[in-house]
Design a protein. Structure first.
Length: 284
């Protein structure tokens, strides 16, 4: 479950940028708008390269389908899955470069990234999908807050291995079932309550993990607040190429969803889709 908060943050900010964009088709926009909860499940699921292009082909072939087909839900899940892969490709190299000797799982770098995103994107746990009570003064210890928040919103999610022979059936079963797992919550609470200055420098500041002023991040925060972003989306995406890693992850995720949208509209073939999704390209 490492990087759960970071994956969810990138997914939700990408969904905000998608809603703002005039280049994304209604299939992707509406699926994310109506089924963001299901996209969140895809956003913390592994092995996306094995299934996403094939599933997009099946979804496009049956679109819009009937209620029993649940194609909009499946498309939302695939969109989340694509954002997960984009985020992995952006963030995993940071773990290897800054925390190569950490034997813990998740790594310290992953924990610090998650806590930082929790603060920046999710109001230190006050913003959906996390508990609005997570950091209220009446809770005596932040560890207790993390326990409540994580159990209710992070860990009650299925993580069983995808069925390589019936990926769509697996997705439907995933929609209807949850499973609990455990992580060392004290490490997250410690990083939140008493962050180590050296680790903050190694994992956040020196690598330029997140920058409020990055145009794409600023646009996402404006959209989250219900405001109109300043500037142009194209300019923000161009700037993100050299901005913080978080901005790059959102831009990469947006690029994947743009490719999925083009594929759904019949403007992109399977080969070009897989090229745009970087399927088979090492990384992450």
């Amino acid at each position: 479950m490492s990087e759960n908060i970071t994956h969810t943050g990138v997914l939700e900010d990408t969904a905000r940028i998608v809603a703002w964009s005039s280049e994304i088709g209604d299939e992707v926009k509406d699926s994310l708008d109506r089924h963001l909860d299901i996209a969140r499940l895809g956003g913390i699921t592994r092995s996306g390269d094995k299934h996403t292009s094939k599933l997009l082909g099946r979804i496009r072939g049956g679109w819009p389908g009937d209620e029993a087909d649940r194609l909009p839900e499946k498309l939302a899940f695939v969109c989340g899955w694509l954002c997960h892969r984009a985020t992995d490709r952006q963030m995993k190299p940071i773990f290897r470069a800054t925390d190569p000797d950490c034997l813990l799982s998740p790594t310290d770098c992953s924990v610090y990234h998650d806590v930082f995103v929790l603060q920046k994107v999710f109001g230190a746990g006050e913003v959906d999908p996390y508990s609005p009570m997570a950091f209220k003064p009446e809770l005596p210890r932040v560890q207790e807050a993390f326990q409540s928040m994580w159990q209710r919103h992070l860990i009650a999610i299925h993580t069983f291995i995808p069925d390589d022979e019936d990926a769509e059936g697996w997705m439907v079963r995933l929609f209807d079932t949850v499973q609990g797992v455990r992580v060392d919550l004290d490490r997250y609470a410690e990083a939140f309550e008493s962050p180590d200055p050296d680790k903050m420098d190694r994992f956040i500041w020196s690598v330029n993990f997140y920058e409020d002023k990055d145009p794409l991040i600023a646009a996402a925060r404006a959209l989250q607040s219900g405001d109109k972003p300043q500037g142009d989306l194209g300019d923000a995406l161009e700037s993100a190429k050299t901005d913080s890693h978080y901005a790059q992850a959102v831009a990469r995720s947006y690029g994947y969803l743009h490719a999925a949208s083009e594929f759904m509209a019949g403007k992109l073939g399977k080969g070009k889709l897989e090229q745009a999704l970087e399927i088979g390209v090492p990384g992450g």
